[in-house]
Write a protein that binds this ligand. Structure first.
Ligand code: ADP
Ligand code: MG
Length: 607
């Protein structure tokens, strides 16, 4: 491990690429590509959808000049009927096209969003243990759930809006030009000034959006803590403390929201003000053009209608630009995530391992979590197939860390761990992990049934295998007491099970794998004496004929081990059988034995 924590921490500051629009769009394109056909169709449909507004505005001119302002004639009567009908027909056409447009937009939007989210989740599953050490659950959720959602869903909607209104605006401007190019020049020049406020807001929007997303992450963390830590919160009267944290976050959200609103809201009246100047000038100048005979009343009415229609997209432009800025913020955050580097990856020529033949060796292993704070120091150990090694030592000495290196939860900093002489980094991670079963102090039980949880160890296990491990894990009697037996649903994290029952389900899950290596990290230390006794029996069954690393606090387990490794401050300080280690004067093991284990021995005599 080269201490690449920097590459694993989700930054709370703005992603470096937020402003690199071209770079972001190029990277975004592959996500759009599979749905490009429909996306293009959608954009194609957006063009007539935008054009049709202009048709209505345009129709006013002939209606005014050829119907209202014209002398009676058969042609006049024909126009009088035809033009309103044409407007209705166009409205129906426009409605159908808009419907298609909305459908296609949502379809593509959802598809692209799903694609980005699937990729993000895939990434989440490949990130190694260290990633979960250094990032809070809330910031992970915000980054994996909210950002992909914002980024992918806004952009298509906004692109569609830009295209429809853009095309629409151009068409409306054509109507303006058709009716009077002089007046159009005045109107368009003044209206264009309306873009300025939106452009000025760009940076502020970027900063605020990012800050809002960061606070969203903190708030999620707080929610998770409330769910997971509810007992501790109740027991230690932390309700006020938790509330204050939440209160602070939500107020911060309010401030961010308002700081943006203050500016964004200012944009709208500014646009309105600029537009009203445009209208005033157009009215004054239009009147002048009519008086000089440069323009008909019909043309003027048509011109005004187009100008009024043009005002709406101008006004919406601000919102569109805000949304697009947010899109770029989220997109840059998503790519930052995709760029996180997983140090623990399969070698290009990874080989499959399907069991252990002779030995597992630790050769000069060094490991650190944080740069320059070595945790495991020059660790050497050879374990033979079928051997049981008990690992003991003071708390914080590095026992868990040592065993976590075997399934590559973390990689060694230097030195190597070898199975039958081959560095474990040469094996595919899946095959490496499939030859070991691990039982922790606290095992994760997934929401679902007990059966489902056990079968996670081996999804294609037979009924016989299942029955065998249920007996072996001493679950049979317990399951008989349940109305739904093995099909009983256990809550999220297995909340409806007792500690001992949870451990036995986990042991059954480990046992069904029939893997060569078994790793037990204080699997019984969270239990009371009674559950411990039965869980220990289950563990004894799990350990049979396996190569076992067992971190235990129970004397009998340790005494039954073939050898005992004593770890102190990350170093292997003693190695041998119980009797051998007891011979060492002032030895660490002897000391531990006298401090801790002897007490147990006496207790068990009393029983
Ligand atoms: N994820 C982690 N990140 C940083 N330091 C850690 C992490 N896990 C454990 N440590 C540190 O490594 C040392 C060894 O811990 P551990 O292997 O859990 O000890 P043991 O299992 O013997 O009690 C301790 O000092 C602990 O604080
Ligand atoms: Mg430990």
């Amino acid at each position: 491990m080269q201490n690449n924590d920097d590459k694993l921490i989700l930054k709370q500051t703005q992603a470096a690429t937020s402003f690199q629009y071209k770079y972001l769009l190029i990277r975004f394109f592959p996500f759009l590509k599979p749905f490009l056909g429909r996306a293009i169709l959608n954009f194609a449909v957006s063009i007539p959808a935008g054009l049709l507004d202009a048709v209505t505005a345009f129709a006013i001119q002939p209606y005014m000049d050829k119907v209202i302002n014209a002398p009676a004639s058969p042609q006049r009567d024909l126009y009088a009927i035809l033009i309103p009908f044409a407007i209705i027909a166009f409205a129906i056409l426009q409605g159908s096209i808009k419907y298609l447009n909305v459908y296609l937009t949502n379809w593509t939007m959802k598809k692209v969003t799903n694609y980005v989210q699937k990729k993000a989740y895939e990434k989440l599953l490949t990130l190694n243990t260290r990633f979960y050490d250094v990032n809070s659950s809330g910031s992970i959720i915000a980054r994996f759930l909210t950002d992909p959602l914002i980024s992918a869903s806004t952009i298509l909607d906004q692109l569609k809006t830009i295209l429809t209104t853009g095309i629409g605006s151009i068409a409306l401007i054509c109507v303006l030009l058709y009716n009077s190019w002089k007046l159009a020049l005045v109107g368009v020049v003044v209206m264009s000034a309306a873009i300025i406020p939106a452009a000025l807001l760009r940076k502020r929007i970027l900063k605020t959006s990012n800050a809002q997303l960061a606070v969203t992450g903190d708030m999620s963390t707080n929610y998770f803590e409330t769910c997971g830590g509810n007992k501790t919160i109740t027991a230690y009267n932390l309700k006020n403390r938790q509330y204050r944290i939440f209160d602070k976050q939500i107020e911060e959200m309010f401030d961010l929201h308002m700081s943006l609103t203050k500016r964004v809201a200012l944009a709208s009246p500014t646009v309105f003000f600029i537009a009203s100047i445009g209208f005033a000038v157009v009215l004054w100048y239009g009147n002048h053009l009519i008086l000089t005979g440069d323009m008909t009343i019909g043309k003027f009415a048509s011109f005004l209608a187009a100008l009024i229609m043009l005002y709406k997209p101008m006004k919406n432009l601000g919102d569109t630009l805000t949304a697009i800025q947010q899109f770029f913020v989220s997109l840059s955050r998503v790519f930052e995530l995709f760029d996180l580097e997983t140090e623990i990856k399969d070698d290009a020529n990874a080989i499959e391992i399907n069991g252990i033949k002779e030995t597992i060796t630790f050769e000069n292993v060094n490991f650190e979590y944080v740069k320059d704070f070595p945790i495991i120091k020059d660790f050497n150990l050879t374990v033979k197939k079928g051997e049981t090694i008990a690992i003991v030592g003071n708390s914080g000495g590095g026992k868990t860390t040592v065993v976590n290196l075997i399934p590559r939860f973390y990689d060694v900093k230097s030195g190597s761990i070898k199975i039958d002489g081959v560095d474990i980094r040469k094996f595919s991670q899946n095959s490496l992990r499939s030859i070991m079963s691990i039982v922790f102090q606290d095992n994760f039980i997934f929401a679902g049934t007990i059966k489902e949880n056990i079968l996670m160890g081996k999804p294609n296990a037979t009924k016989e295998e299942l029955d065998f491990v249920i007996k072996g894990a001493h679950l049979d009697e317990f399951l008989e007491t349940l109305p739904n037996g093995i099909d009983t649903i256990v809550g999220e994290r297995g909340t409806s099970l007792s500690g001992g029952q949870r451990q036995r389900v986990a042991i059954a899950r480990a046992m069904i794998r029939k893997s060569d290596i078994v790793i037990l990290d204080e699997a019984t230390s969270a239990l009371d004496n009674e559950s411990e006794a039965i869980v220990q029996k289950a563990i004894d069954n799990l350990m049979k004929d396996k190569t076992v690393f067992v971190i235990a606090h129970r004397l009998s387990t340790i005494q039954n081990a073939d050898r005992i490794a004593v770890i102190n401050e990350g170093k292997l300080v003693e190695l041998g059988t119980h009797d051998e280690l007891m011979q060492i004067d002032n030895g660490e093991y002897k000391h531990l034995y006298e401090m801790q284990f002897k007490q147990q021995e006496q207790n068990s005599f009393v029983k």
